[in-house]
Design a protein around this ligand. Structure first.
Ligand SMILES: [Fe+2]
Length: 367
């Protein structure tokens, strides 16, 4: 990639093609002290109010800088490195980390250990990279007093509050408003599929665990859907096309949102799964179409529930698990409350928290 000049025009050469950079695009990026606040990196002028008739009167490249005189009297030195980064979209930090597919054979995923200054450490950077690779991460030794989970979440970014509160306590209780608060087996699901937007990441912190059952289960929705795409493209297609209604009701709120069970991005690539079969309602469609839909959902459910795709483990006190709620399904085996206490605390954060932290640590450690 290279910035080139020709008769006061600036060109970007990516090795395959050469294209002229619009003069106004460069004018928007002038970064002298009177144009850009150095602390916040925010503009001190408003380009949306300027007309676009900007011409470059003179341009030259010197010592890694593009020096430009514009026809409105503004002169600027723009770092060529910065321009090249913008062209290569290197800023898309989480997408640059390749997802690793996994199933029950998953072994040796690094567990992290909480310590002082954890959130500003290189360890935290490694943790976030591992989180984006696998869709979950486990941190040992996280203090359990005073709802520390909230402090933990707010030290990465900001807690995403829901109708379950800033954080929620997972203990069995009478008159539960969600099956999570029972002792029953919970099959793999994603949380809050009825919210818009769906909370991105769930944190689950084990405070006490004296029972033999109640194992945590995880399934990689990414692996399952990528496998389904190969195994049965027709099923994959219908599940990524039909939007279903997810609904949650309690005394004070009615939440509802529509989505495909397999949600793809604008390039038809994996973006999100939602799966919570006690809450989903498919619209009334043509009988043949629904026939196919039900077969496809059954197959998807079988894959999510199969032992081959599931990992199972017991969370110990002070273990904190972070799960990508757009990718990983979670569940729990049943347990007997007469064996002792089982107490977990949970909360949510969104992807802007983890991405913001990852960019910050990358900058800090010059990675
Ligand atoms: Fe859940």
């Amino acid at each position: 990639m290279k910035i080139e000049l020709n008769e006061n025009k600036v060109f970007f050469n990516n090795g395959k093609s050469v294209q002229e950079i619009h003069p106004f695009w460069l004018r928007e990026r002038v970064d002298g002290e009177e144009f850009l606040d150095k602390g916040t990196q925010q503009r001190l002028f408003d380009p949306s109010t300027m007309d676009g008739k900007i011409i470059i009167k003179n341009a030259q490249i010197k010592n890694g800088y593009l020096e430009i005189n514009f026809n409105d009297g503004v002169n600027s030195k723009i770092e060529i490195n910065k321009l090249e980064i913008e062209f290569s979209n290197k800023d898309d930090i989480s997408k640059s980390i390749k997802k690793i597919k996994w199933d029950s054979a998953l072994d040796n995923v690094k567990k992290f250990k909480y310590k002082d200054n954890f959130f500003e450490s290189k360890e935290m950077y490694d943790l976030l990279v591992s989180f984006y690779k696998y869709g979950f991460v486990i941190i040992k030794n996280v203090p359990t007093e005073n709802n520390f989970i909230v402090k933990f979440a707010n030290s990465i970014g900001s807690v995403r509050r829901t109708n379950f509160g800033e954080h929620f306590n997972v203990k069995s209780k009478s008159n539960p408003n969600d099956l999570a608060y029972t002792t029953l087996h919970l099959s793999p699901h994603t949380d809050n599929p009825y919210r818009n937007p769906v909370p991105c990441i769930q944190l689950l912190h084990c405070i006490e665990n004296e029972v033999n059952g109640g194992l945590s289960t995880l399934v990689d929705g990414y692996t399952v859907t990528e496998n389904l795409k190969i195994e049965n493209p027709e099923y994959y297609k219908i599940l990524s096309e039909i939007k279903v209604r997810f609904k949650f009701i309690d005394k004070s709120v009615v939440l509802e949102d529509w989505s495909e069970l397999i949600h793809l991005d604008e390039n038809r690539k994996f973006k999100q799964v939602r799966f919570s079969p006690r809450l989903d309602y498919v619209p009334m469609l043509e009988k043949n179409k629904l026939d196919l839909y039900y077969k496809a959902r059954k197959r998807l459910s079988d894959l999510y529930n199969s032992e081959k795709n599931r990992i199972e483990f017991k969370l110990s006190p002070k273990d904190l698990m972070m799960m990508d709620n757009y990718r990983v399904l979670h569940g729990r085996t049943k347990f007997d409350p007469s064996e002792g206490k089982r107490f977990l605390q949970g909360c949510y954060i969104d992807f802007d928290s983890t991405e913001g932290k990852l960019r910050h640590l990358k900058r800090k450690f010059k990675i």
